[in-house]
Write a protein that binds this ligand. Sequence first.
Ligand code: DGT
Ligand code: CA
Ligand code: CA
Length: 574
Amino acid sequence: MINLDIARIFDEIADILEVKGDNPFRVRAYRRAARTIETLTQDLKVIAERGGVSELKKIPGIGEGIAKKIVEIAQTGDCKKHRELARELPHGLLELLAIPRVGPKTIAKVHEELGISSIEELETAAKQHELRAIPGLGAKVEENILKGIEQYRRYKGRKLLSEALSRAESVLNELEKLDAVERITIAGSLRRMRETIGDIDILVVSKRPKEVMDAFTSLEGVEDVVAKGDTKSSIVLKGMDVDLRVVDAGSFGAAVHYFTGSKHHNIRIRELGVKRGLKINEYGVFNADGEKIGGENEEDVFRSVGLAYIPPELREDRGEVEAAQENRIPALIEPGDLKGDLHVHTKWSDGKNSVEEMAKTAISMGYEYIAVADHSPAVGIAGGMDEAKIRKRQVEIDRVNNQFEGEFRVLSSVEVDIKSDTSLDLPDDILKELDVVVAAVHSKFTQDKETMTGRIVTAMENEHVDIIAHPTGRLLGKREPYEVDMERLMEVAKDTGTIMELNAFPDRLDLNDIHCRMAKDYGVLIAISTDAHDAMQMRDVMRYGVATARRGWLEARDVVNTRGIEELSKLLKG
Ligand code: DGT
Ligand code: CA
Ligand code: CA
């Protein structure tokens, strides 16, 4: 799919235009298009070839100018406007744009006033307090820049799970076509479904490795061939590192286990082997006489050390080895267990689809219900709903519910803002009329830990608030979580019967895996919700939420939206 590349180009155009102080509406149009394109399920290249500009323009958020650029990129692989803009921008500024917490305007200023055009220069200037001399920038900005640089370096080179997974799946699609490929699988952190991925690891069984390597290193989108051999090759594919290893059929399971990792998990397994006089490595399981006693299948490895099978998502040395010894590996939740989505947006706030369109897609996914949780007014950007708007929306919800009577239910909900003074953005007498109330923090992320914890606790104590959405507010690679006492939140959630959300959006995954497991320990229920702003997102992003839930050891019963509508209603507050 060409979609992610196009999104990347549009994001860069927006960044550059912003540094140049271009019209903010134009900047926003590119950003909006990028966000839409990222989550489209259909290949833009296919659409462009089939229907050209006119069909592209039917996609929400894509106008004439952007549609033309999509056609251009689909045909030539490149965008002239993007190239020209990048050329106009001093070298190095593009990388500065990737630093979180540092906006294009600040970058324009430091470049103009101090000639800064690299991360190192910016870091030195901030440390030596040279930035505060520039009007509009102060000590706080310097501090933020240093934090942002630290964050940037931490994430540098790591990609979101969603991006890595779609890249890896397209590589698998191509290589599976080869006769020379007998077996193929994803390994590494991607098989464990970590939230960010350093590089993609792929394993293949083949008797003709050269053919496989030739195909691999000449895939469409290869930017660099870092290494090429008979057993291992590494490429850079559209900005992502990909390793491919060819192994013998008899070693496949052992290799898959080894290269799935994690490293810490592997070490534990190897130690268990040593205790039994076995040697376990990527080639197989060997006894004291050096005879191979297993390795064709991954199960061989676990069986040889007396363990039940451990799903990849658990292999982090976080107690899974002990659990497998005692036969208490959880029956992890699966996508098919879900019966609904408790946090989606519609046209009534900042979503792109109508209530009916969302309902139809949900029905096609086999769901029994969705909660339409449009924003409350305080979240200004999102066209929030006041009381009158909520009542108007209810008429439409009632109509759709009549239409799908008995088959499907649209629950009326809001994503009500928890304001910085701890009050909710809608009064109780409106909240009590709704089926589901989702509450979330959208502002003043910098409050201290105690204040922020109190703010969320107050919301949980409200008798109408059912779910706390994206409870830490993080955006992977862009915004750190705000300070909050998670243990305290879990205690209060348990006491008040409040559900915690696992937001499935790829750059949120919030709660994260560790917090999910904590919720389970506290007996707090989780809602895996997409926060989708259109119907396609609702379908596409749920898998990342389920993956994160699995990494958090969750079973179907720990997740509230595995319940049918009747049982769900009992778990919601009044
Ligand atoms: P990443 O790529 O940073 O997201 O994380 P991984 O886990 O994919 O790490 P990677 O690609 O360096 O290596 C893939 C797997 O290979 C890793 O999960 C476990 C295994 N592995 C790599 N190096 C070692 C090692 O030194 N010892 C052991 N036991 N296993 C290793
Ligand atoms: Ca890897
Ligand atoms: Ca690797």
